[in-house]
Design a protein around this ligand. Structure first.
Ligand code: ASP
Length: 412
């Protein structure tokens, strides 16, 4: 079988793993508590398989991002070009995030997911946000090894950019160092493909556990808020990302979604943008044809600060909580949410459940009760799956657009 055939079959296998996992989880879910074999063996085994998959993905992140970004930055060659890519990326990330919150707020107003819940509660008090200068200071690593140990992505990005640019200025020896990282990055890509072979099983295990835990009985009372978040994510991908791909890349949305499907499914089941990063990079590089220079900068940055799905979810949830507690939200307050949710989403780590914690900040900023977070917590994993999928998809769309505006030709 040729390489293309193999890739197709992996994609199909992952999709099959995903669908079977959901069916299996929903079927066995209600029986777990009364069936010792399921409770003691099957579920722990699935948990074990899912965790191995996740751990192997995490194992790849730091060396892959560092090596590919050093070699990418060095290959771009011109520090000014790097700066231009950086500005474009940030602007696109911010714009798409702001649009996502507006979509979330619009659906929250339209669907009114919290109306009729009539919950009484105290009004929250505003929490102090971290001073912006401290946040900016934190992206500079005082000890890059420590940054790598802690997998602090922004600090790793900054250090890798420095090393890459320094390679350009360091003449022959710099070329040798860049060459080493280029080769090392290639080895890490190849390791990513090895780990991806486990994806169908990891995907099956992770989604089966989630489906078993969240049966329809648990989800039914929250059907409207779940529906609003899922519909919002779907519309955002369909309109905003497809629109960007058609307008800038002159490619069909089908081509795009097919190219990034492995990353999207992995994000959905792992609920972690950071954990998905190796697969995101592999998909965008191999299937969309974006260069290493652009991928290695835009995607790790996106996995850390670009969270369109999280922002959209915060818009829907703020209205859900306001409606559930019977507190009217003025248009001014909703405009305020656009700002705080954008900041909150930037500050959200790419790990499961991080968006729920940041929701506290959004709620308190407009005086909504933080008890609302507890209301959402019970079903948050289900919302997290959709928002993480959109977080990752958003990174890939921006990456493709940046590549095209830098004169790259994407695959057909
Ligand atoms: N789980 C999300 C992510 O990794 C973050 C969130 O909880 O909203 O992108």
């Amino acid at each position: 079988m040729n390489a293309e055939g193999k890739k197709m079959s992996l994609l199909v296998k992952i999709t099959i793993g995903f669908v079977l996992g959901i069916v299996f989880g929903f079927l066995v879910g209600p029986k777990v508590a009364q069936t010792p074999a399921l409770n003691d063996y099957v579920i722990p085994f699935l948990d074990f398989v899912g965790k191995i998959f996740l751990t192997l993905l995490k194992m790849l992140i730091v060396p892959l991002v560092f090596a590919s970004l050093v070699s990418g930055a060095a290959s771009v060659g011109d520090p000014k070009k790097l700066g231009r890519i950086g500005v474009k990326t940030l602007v696109l990330y911010l714009l798409t995030t702001a649009v996502a919150i507006v979509v979330g707020l619009a659906l929250g107003n339209l669907i009114q997911p919290g109306v009729g819940m009539n919950i009484e509660g105290a009004v929250g008090t505003a929490k102090e946000a971290e001073p912006i200068l401290k946040v900016l200071l934190d992206i500079f690593p005082s000890n890059p090894v420590d940054s790598m140990v802690k997998a602090n992505m922004l600090q790793i990005i900054v250090f890798a950019l420095f090393v890459g640019v320094a390679c350009i200025y360091a003449g022959d020896k710099g070329k040798r160092v860049a060459g080493f990282f280029d080769a090392f990055a290639e080895v890490m890509y190849s390791m990513t493909h090895i780990v991806m072979r486990l994806a169908p099983y990891g995907v099956f295990a992770l989604i089966a556990i989630t489906a078993a835990k969240y049966g329809l009985a648990i989800l039914a009372p929250f059907a409207k808020v779940i529906g609003a978040v899922y519909l919002g994510c779907f519309l955002h991908a369909l309109v905003v990302y497809s629109g960007l791909i058609v307008a800038f890349c002159k490619r069909s949305p089908l081509w795009y979604f097919k190219g990034i499907r492995e990353a999207a499914i992995t994000a959905f089941v792992t609920r972690s943008s950071s954990g998905t990063l190796p697969i995101t990079i592999a998909n965008v590089r191999d299937n969309l044809g974006v260069s290493e220079g652009v991928c290695s900068f835009v995607l790790p940055l996106g996995a850390t600060i670009n969270m369109d799905g999280t922002a959209l979810y915060q818009g829907v949830c703020a209205l859900f909580v306001a409606q559930a507690f019977g507190i009217p939200l003025t248009l001014g307050a909703q405009a305020h949410i656009v700002l705080t949710a954008t900041l909150a989403s930037i500050g959200t780590a790419g790990v499961p459940g991080a968006g729920l914690i940041m929701l506290t900040m959004v709620l308190t900023s407009v005086g909504l009760p933080i008890e609302g977070v507890a209301l959402i917590a019970g079903i948050d994993a289900v919302l997290d799956a959709a928002r993480t999928c959109i977080n990752v998809t958003g990174d890939t769309a921006v990456c493709a657009v940046v590549a095209v505006t830098e004169g790259e030709t994407l695959k057909v």
